[in-house]
Design a protein around this ligand. Sequence first.
Ligand code: ACO
Length: 325
Amino acid sequence: MAVIRSIIRGIGAHLPARIMTNDDLAEFVETTNDWIVERTGIHQRHIAEDGETTADLGVAAARQAMIRAGIDPIDIDLIICATATPDRTFPATAVRIQSMLGITKGAAFDIQAVCSGFVYALVCADNFLKAGQSRRALVIGSETFSRILDWEDRSTCVLFGDGAGAVVLEAQPQLGDRNDRGIIASRLRSDGRFEDLLYVDGGPSSTKTVGHLRMNGREVFRHAIQKISGIIEETLLASGYAADEIDLFIPHQANKRILDGIAKKLDVPPERIIITLDKHGNTSAASIPLALNHAFEQHKLTEGKLVLLEAMGGGFTWGALLVRW
Ligand code: ACO
């Protein structure tokens, strides 16, 4: 039976030009390159210049995605931007991106699910496309986490960086069988009981400030492996595919030790996992499209490949999504 599926037509990414290495960080906070590499796998991160905003990074990524898809901005009728670091409290960064791209039709809005934001945004766009409400969507993950870091807190400031990634999704009829391209299955979860383990200590309604990121790293670590492995298993079950049929795992890039733990639990060989966090640290909602873009540029994302995305972030929120390229 024919079904509508959301096909990924194009992918793009953008990192700010300025690189901050672990040694650069060690000049102003008590840490070492060895500690950061050993505990996290991160070697460097990119930091946006003053005045370079989440929308600027998102627009650069979106432009590249549209060029690679061969799609003009005028053909886009939905923009969803996943971000926890918007340019302004309102209007949505997605609306700003819409205007910067010269798009005046369709709808644009932000999604806030922190590090799971890109998976949440993809699932949301997929549902708009499958429902027939939109035809071509730009799904963007863009962050300037450097703005909400406490640069005196060595337990958090070494982990995060800035960046953006984007995909163009298009609704296309497929046969409804195992050869279908596009998004095949997804699962989203959240549990607000854990909000105090990873949060920002400010906000317009509570403190009237922007605030800084705060985290209980050990507890986040403990929950991450268990929750992410669980949602991957649920998503695979819903899709009818087994873990050994997945060509590429594209995880949220938070910490190499979390990724190793998940790979071990699910018995995934390291060559099927894309890891880019060494180059840009944890970029929250931007990290999955940045890793997707890396896989694309390495010619690993060829047509027909089965790709599993997964993430967990503040809230907690977490989710996974299976897509055939
Ligand atoms: N440099 C040097 N020493 C440090 C640093 C640093 N940057 N940060 C902490 N330390 C010290 C601590 O002060 C502590 O010292 P003490 O023993 O004298 O008190 C020691 O290192 C151990 O601290 P822990 O917090 O126990 O270190 P741990 O091994 O847990 O590693 C880390 C910390 C890397 C944050 C880890 O807990 C982690 O990766 N957690 C997951 C967090 C994460 O990835 N969050 C991202 C968002 S959520 C997500 O995306 C899944």
